[in-house]
Design a protein around this ligand. Structure first.
Ligand SMILES: [Zn+2]
Length: 323
């Protein structure tokens, strides 16, 4: 630590960071840190993440250390620090762009895995104005991408899932499995790209949710939906390669769900079959696309005429391409 300066800070002062690429090591005294997970008093040896609200409680000596340097000495602590910084960004209500704060409100949420309470972001659904729907059922809204904000992440154990009632619906077995797997979620979060944009933040939320849903063996349609959302977000930042990977995963998961499921409502069946058809078409598997579009177009259930029309159009396009 040749170049790190040791700084003395008086009780009552805030610790101010210059850059997100540094962390702060407490050498002496005591610092009160307020984070998503609550308030903590930290003493010598503690490392504080950028973005933490840190106030010196007892005259302290601290040193700022570049994260890269910390990573070389203690990679696991560096990962934790990165996670804490990113967690704050994951939870924050967007201030600018994406419609601004008027679309959002906060509710009290409880993590079903570790019991941590936190503020979950919710959308005023009544304020959303749908403009259009793509053929792969992606809906577009005025000013905002609601899907970016439909995942909650626990600030303590990084359990992530769709917000609302789904968030707390887990079995004792899933809880036990997910408690064991915290280290993998920390690694995943630390390994994500910088959360410079709302899209990147949304990707991180969905990647954590996908990890949770897969590890906890949640219903395959939920996992398929997480990957479908990821495909849309990757597409929006023009990462076509990863978008196709996500589409592939989603199609495979929905198909497995379709083949294994014993109790699907007709409306749900149409939706799932249609998605498999459309994703297969986009991935170039026209034979499979035709097969599933055909099932949708000839399904006895009369509801969901939009998807039936889309399926008929899809069949026409595949036939035209084959000529
Ligand atoms: Zn938790």
């Amino acid at each position: 630590m040749e170049s790190e300066e040791i700084i003395e800070i008086r009780a009552g002062s805030e610790i101010v960071f210059d850059s997100p690429d540094q962390c702060c090591l407490v050498l002496q005294g005591r610092v009160l840190v307020t984070s998503q997970a609550g308030k903590q008093a930290l003493g010598p040896g503690a490392v504080i993440a950028y973005g933490s609200q840190a106030c010196v409680d007892k005259d302290a000596q601290i040193a700022f250390i570049p994260l890269e340097k910390l990573r070389r000495i203690r990679p696991e602590i560096a990962d934790q620090i990165v996670c804490e910084t990113r967690l704050a960004e994951l939870q924050a209500i967007p201030v600018e762009g994406h419609g601004g704060p008027k679309y959002f409100f906060e509710v009290d949420a409880v993590c079903p895995v570790c019991g941590q309470t936190f503020k979950g972001i919710k959308l005023f659904e009544s304020k959303l104005q749908q403009i259009s729907m793509d053929r792969d059922t992606r809906k577009h809204f005025k000013d905002i991408e609601p899907a970016y904000y439909r995942i909650w992440v626990c600030p303590k154990c990084l359990y992530a899932n769709f917000s609302g009632h789904r968030f707390s619906e887990i079995t004792d077995n899933q809880k036990a499995i997910l408690k064991e797997a915290i280290a993998d979620r920390i690694k995943l979060l630390a390994g994500q790209n910088n959360l410079k944009s709302e899209a990147q933040t949304a990707i991180t939320r969905y990647r954590l949710a996908a990890e949770v849903l897969e590890r906890g063996q949640f219903s395959l349609d939920m996992l398929g939906r997480a990957w479908l959302n990821l495909a849309w977000i990757y597409e929006s930042i023009e990462d076509t390669e990863t978008a196709n990977m996500a589409r592939n995963k989603s199609a495979a998961l929905y198909e497995q769900f379709y083949l294994e499921s014993r109790s699907m409502s007709p409306a749900m069946e149409i939706q799932v079959m249609y998605i498999i058809g459309e994703l297969s078409k986009r991935l170039g598997d026209l034979k499979k696309a035709h097969q599933y579009f055909f099932k949708v177009a000839h399904h006895k259930e009369n509801s969901n005429s939009i998807l039936k029309d889309f399926a008929r159009d899809g069949i026409q396009e595949i036939r035209a391409a084959a000529r």
